[in-house]
Design a protein around this ligand. Structure first.
Ligand SMILES: CC(C)(COP(=O)(O)OP(=O)(O)OC[C@H]1O[C@@H](n2cnc3c(N)ncnc32)[C@H](O)[C@@H]1OP(=O)(O)O)[C@@H](O)C(=O)NCCC(=O)NCCS
Length: 331
């Protein structure tokens, strides 16, 4: 069973309510019909009933029995506005601002999750990453034990000798452009947690990546990785982790043994922490495009699960992301 098949089986075992703010978008409506039919989640489509129906007709999607809510006319929007005002008043948001913001489906959806009216949110078929991330960061906020929100990419590689039966977890590839050493340590801990809870890894083995292996090169940027490793050790003493390691030393057993002898993870790492967003984003795309890996992205560190799609996403991508969000909501 592939990783995503396992995730879908888990999503079905305890169905969660996932709100889709882009409810009048054709791929989203089609995905909602599949999610409902396959029992993967209880989707809620946001948007005007006419537009949702028009999108469903165009997509040939049966949305019978799927809940819809229109932020423009919803009576509960006033409650969400009060709650939003309380959360953001110290940041200069007025009651009038809050009343206006909750009519925006993205904010309405985020408030549904915040208030527990939904278990999670997926968007991004139309909006950018920042459009969803900003309100999620402002309103849902970071888990108390986490310093930052970041992302993990689950890379299902054709070479099954890599990582965990071909599955590698990469972080961060979406959120933090220039993480500090402390932020890198938290990204690593969050990625190990994602590996355990979402991917079912029994033993996350975390490698902090660099162009240097265990002091082979000297540079300020290498020092930062070494500091991150030391901090991660302090914060999570039971987690198997090491660095700094080059990519090959992290995942190829013979190279790990020669470049980092005695390392607890070198050569067999299954969670790979990139030094910054440039490296992480480029790295996952190389693995996907040249390495032929299937890739699935999730955000981590938020108090409640919200996930982002690529604007070029397929219906299947939306279904998969909702299933992963539902599993994140179970834990
Ligand atoms: C995540 C991102 C949207 C935040 O944008 P930003 O302009 O820094 O937002 P702000 O500075 O206004 O921050 C908004 C709030 O989120 C918080 N925040 C920002 N980044 C955060 C993070 N990674 N974790 C937790 N909180 C964060 C800020 O502290 C702020 O909180 P406050 O308003 O309560 O004080 C921005 O870092 C970003 O665009 N990242 C890259 C995303 C991207 O384009 N990826 C492309 C790859 S697909």
């Amino acid at each position: 069973m592939s990783m995503i098949e396992k995730v879908k089986a888990k999503a079905k075992s305890d169905i969660k309510k996932i709100v889709l703010p882009e409810g009048d978008e054709e791929r989203t409506v089609k995905a909602a019909s599949i999610l409902k039919a396959e029992g993967l989640a209880e989707p809620v489509l946001l948007g005007s009933p006419e537009k949702i129906k028009a999108a469903a007709d165009k997509a040939g999607a049966d949305i019978t029995g799927i809940a819809t809510e229109d932020p423009e006319t919803s009576p509960i929007a006033a409650e969400y506005a009060d709650a939003l005002y309380e959360i953001r008043k110290n940041k200069g948001v007025t009651p009038e601002d809050a009343a206006k913001l909750v009519r925006d489906p993205m904010y309405y959806g985020i408030m549904m999750v915040k208030t527990g009216d939904a278990d999670g949110l997926v968007s991004g078929a139309v909006h950018t990453t920042g459009d969803m991330l900003r309100p999620a960061l402002q309103i849902i906020k970071t888990k108390p034990e986490m310093k930052v929100v970041s992302s993990s990419f689950l890379m299902d590689c054709p070479n099954k000798s890599l990582g965990e039966d071909g599955l590698l977890v990469y972080a961060d590839c979406v959120v933090m452009p220039a993480p500090t050493a402390e932020e890198l340590a938290y990204i690593a801990i969050a990625a190990a947690d994602t590996a355990k809870r979402l991917c079912g890894f029994t033993e996350p083995r975390v490698a902090f990546l660099s162009f240097s292996s265990k002091g082979s090169a000297k540079h300020d940027s290498v020092n930062k990785i070494q500091q991150a490793v030391a901090l991660a050790h302090e914060l999570a003493p039971d987690l198997l982790l090491d660095g700094e390691l080059q990519y090959d030393a992290a995942i190829v057993p013979e190279i790990g043994a020669s470049k980092a002898p005695g390392s607890p993870v070198a050569g067999r790492a299954n969670v790979l922490i990139f030094p910054d967003l440039q490296a992480g984003n480029i790295g996952y795309k190389i693995t996907q495009r040249v390495g032929g890996a299937d890739c699935f992205a999730v955000l981590q560190g938020l108090n409640m699960p919200c996930n982002d799609l690529s604007r070029g996403c397929s219906v299947e991508d939306i279904v998969n992301t909702v299933a992963m969000t539902a599993v994140q909501a179970q834990i």
